[in-house]
Design a protein around this ligand. Structure first.
Ligand SMILES: [Zn+2]
Length: 150
């Protein structure tokens, strides 16, 4: 199934990042963030930081959460380098008109993507595959086993 098709199947007021199904994607839990494997990756080893509370805008990130994000992204950089990725892109979409920047889930999330050009990311936003339950379970376990401890 393609990711765009999955998103269209969700009820309008449902938040997948507050729901139970995100549990199968969790690599580590932190005080302000959950580090998860992306279920519709733009590239191999695509991770995301999901705010633990439902916030939607960058200005809602608390100072302590920014500090923790710095520490987690440093761990992610170490992990990407251990997997021989020569570079990485981190981004968060913030918008007041949903859909205008291809942000499909309102709940604030930060993409951590190795070895992928920004132009390629936007080109694949709607056509990337949505991993089935077995594939995301195996991927999450594999990443959790190799991701550095704080
Ligand atoms: Zn949410």
């Amino acid at each position: 199934m393609q990711y765009a098709e999955h998103v269209r199947s969700l009820p309008a007021d449902y938040c997948p990042f507050c729901g139970e199904e995100i549990r199968s994607q969790i690599i580590r839990e932190f005080a302000h963030w959950r580090l998860i494997a992306n279920r519709a990756p733009y590239a191999p080893d695509h991770l995301m930081l999901i705010a633990r509370e439902h916030i939607e805008r960058i200005h809602e990130i608390a100072p302590e959460a920014w500090n923790e994000m710095r520490d987690i992204t440093h761990l992610a950089c170490k992990w990407f380098e251990s997997r021989w990725h020569p570079g990485y892109t981190f981004f968060v979409r913030d918008e007041s008109v949903y859909g205008s920047m291809k942000k499909s889930v309102k709940h604030l999330h930060v993409h951590l993507i190795p070895s992928c050009l920004i132009g390629r990311i936007e080109d694949r936003a709607d056509t990337r595959d949505f991993l089935d339950d077995a594939a995301i379970d195996a991927l999450t376990r594999e990443i959790a086993d190799s991701f550095p401890r704080a």
